[in-house]
Design a protein around this ligand. Sequence first.
Ligand SMILES: Cc1ncc(COP(=O)(O)O)c(C=O)c1O
Length: 340
Amino acid sequence: MIYKDLLSSIGNTPIIKIKNIAPKNINLFVKAEYFNPGGSVKDRLALSIIEKAEKEGFLKPKQTVVEATSGNTGIGLAMVCACKGYPCVMTMPDSTSIERRKLMRFLGAKVLLTPASEGTTAAYNLAKKLCKKNKWFYAKQFENDANADIHEKTTAIEILNDFKELGLDYWVSGYGTGGTFSGVSRVLRDQSPKTKLVITEPENAQLVNSLIAQKRNQDGSPASAHDSWNPHPIQGWTPDFIPLVLQESIDNNYFDINIPVTGEDGIYWSHQLATNEGIITGISGGSTFAVAMKIADEAPNGSNILCMLADTAERYLTSALFEKIDSEMNDEEKEILSSI
Ligand SMILES: Cc1ncc(COP(=O)(O)O)c(C=O)c1O
């Protein structure tokens, strides 16, 4: 397949059936977004935001693009900007992995770090200030319509087409900005109403759950979703506020099921996917898969379940995901070597 440029290779990611670790009576599939050229689902929104801004005249040739990002959007944007000749500057919490920052810089972007203890909000405010001061183009992934729209136009249509014959019973996704969830749900609700939409979020940052439960403070006033947020290890998921892009899902009640997950479970299932299926996905992919396995355990025989895998494990080499993976030879390996 010959592509006219790198950006044309974004999307149309494969859906892969799980062979070895799914319950026997269930058809469990993953949509491998790490097949995108920048290694994550965020390539889609990066291209969408830039092309919409170009079309509407908000982005001029050589104008700097700025964004607050925990990594994958930064890599996607840096890739699109490199291709199209825009300088770009990313702001991100200093808890995000070294390889993400280095990849952005490798693609020619500048990376400015904010304290992790101040959450995504600090990176977001810094990007806003830079945009105002320098008249840069602020991509605003958390509120830009181009985000969910590209998932409506591409991700959702790919899913519909791929399950045209089989039918889809459950679709499982986490959220960062909510672009994937809102855009895909928009289409599945309308064109595949029998599909149950399953959202997941970190167990110690249950923003959606707290909104659904309408938690209250001791004085009876509604608790803000922020009160339910704590720093969590699932990079790319659940910022410390409800993004505008996710709000559409809340307003339209797109969630049929909400199952929280721990980072430890996510890491466990990411390893299981790698060692049993050869699937290389990050902590969030493992976390989404942990929830898909819970659904699979309860679902009726013959159910078709699709789980989103947002990115590649290679983005986590210095994170908890690889903590127990040796770089030097371990005893078992030394034994093999000494046996010859
Ligand atoms: C690493 C990572 N990036 C992005 C996303 C989803 O992004 P968004 O909600 O912004 O579409 C996820 C969600 O599963 C994720 O795990």
